[in-house]
Ligand binder design. Structure first.
Ligand code: NIG
Ligand code: FE
Length: 390
């Protein structure tokens, strides 16, 4: 198989903590990376790079692992420009807006939905995202949820069944009946396409008992749990996620001390989604408090047409650094290795021998520029599975 060396990297973020006692980013200065097929086979100082078939000069730029966006909702149609406009004039965000997207998504053809997913994925890839998770949740019928997951599964192995996004408008007078559908025929139709099951555990969506019933039904079918938790207010979501051993509790905006302790004691990653707080003008999640307690933090986009219509991980990094108390190093780790942890993956989110060759070259000498130069398109080149894609 052909080997390629990328040399003259000013600073390489490996996320290999064994390389540097001071930083989990395991940085190497004046570095090179050798890839073979879809894998990294060597990292180290440029001067010590082994002979290879091909060489690429990185031009003194910084290289980071491809971003791992562990939370998005890409299977939808339409947008919610009017709702955003109203919000920016003072109206509050509510989960009720989801119904607008459900109507548009149901009315769309398979081809329209697939084209939308492809479009937002291409957008994310150009901004350095090489692994992403995505969910159903804008269909809310057996057929519409299953088709969303079928379309998502063509693009990623990280597919999440979110039939429990809100109670379907068709069951407005019978929420218990909707939970029966989500845990019964809808689960049967969706489980073959999904790895994960998720529930929006929040006032106005599903309460703690309903969320537990939904997640445990999915687990009995072999799906792994993750939870939309504590986004709009305090609630049982985070502690339920930890209790069930969920890979991730997502949002974590409103946390009690007991919630933070639970995250610190358990194996559930706290996935923070600053695009949602930005776009809903809500209180920022306190990343500093969660990190200082010893919990693992991931950063993701939550890309969806309602609460966070961004596919940009660099934008989320900039927000997390500016407004959530994270250092640039912590934010980059959370957007790469943290996202991998939230998906229980070890093959992505790092640049080390054996890892997938998902690499991002920045038009900057250091990853710190992602937060220092917000809004500037700093992604110079992207390799996914060893192939240069952008
Ligand atoms: O993660 N919180 C629930 N779901 C999405 C928002 C969905 C929407 O408003 O369309 C979220 O923010
Ligand atoms: Fe979400």
């Amino acid at each position: 198989m052909t080997t390629t060396a990328i040399t003259n990297i000013a600073s390489l973020v490996t996320n290999d903590p064994s390389l540097c006692a001071d930083s989990p980013l395991g940085p190497i200065q004046d570095a090179a990376v050798v890839i073979e097929g879809d894998r990294v086979v060597w990292t180290g100082e440029s001067s010590k790079a082994p002979a290879t078939d091909n060489a690429v000069d990185a031009g003194g730029r910084a290289m980071i692992p491809g971003f791992v966006d562990s939370h998005s909702h890409l299977v939808f149609a339409g947008d919610r420009t009017e709702e955003f406009n109203a919000r920016m004039s003072g109206r509050a965000y509510s989960a009720g807006g989801i119904r607008t997207t459900v109507a548009a998504t149901r009315a769309a053809t398979d081809e329209q939905l697939a084209a939308n997913v492809a479009r937002y994925l291409a957008e994310a890839l150009r901004q350095g995202t090489t692994t992403f998770e995505t969910k159903s949740g804008y269909g809310l019928t057996v057929e519409d949820e299953a088709r969303a997951l079928r379309i998502a599964a063509r693009h990623t192995e990280e597919v999440t069944y979110l039939g429990a996004h809100i109670v379907s408008p068709d069951y407005a007078d019978d929420p218990a009946g909707y939970v029966d559908l989500v845990t019964g025929p809808m689960l049967d139709a969706c489980a073959p396409y999904a790895r994960w099951i998720d529930v929006f555990c929040e006032k106005g969506a599903f309460d703690g008992d309903q969320a537990r019933a939904i997640l445990t039904a999915g687990m009995a079918k072999g799906l792994h749990p993750r939870v939309h938790a504590n986004q709009l207010g305090h609630g049982p979501g985070v502690q339920l996620a930890v209790e069930l051993g969920a890979a991730s509790a997502d949002h974590c905006t409103h946390l009690t001390d007991a919630d933070v302790d639970a995250l610190a004691q358990g194996s559930t990653v706290a996935t923070l989604l600053p695009g949602a707080e930005f776009s809903t003008r809500a209180t920022w999640p306190d990343a500093r408090r969660i990190l200082d307690a010893g919990a693992t933090v991931a950063l993701s986009t939550d890309c969806n047409p309602g609460s966070s219509f961004t596919s940009s991980m660099p934008f989320c990094i900039a927000l997390a650094v500016r407004d959530m108390g994270m250092t640039p190093d912590e934010a980059l780790w959370s957007a790469t290795a943290g996202g991998a942890a939230a998906l229980r993956r070890t093959d992505v989110g790092r640049i080390a021998p054996g890892a997938r060759a998902d690499l991002v070259l920045l038009d900057a000498p250091s990853h710190v520029h992602l937060a220092y130069r917000p809004g500037v398109p700093l992604v110079h080149a992207v390799w996914r599975r060893g192939e240069r894609v952008s």
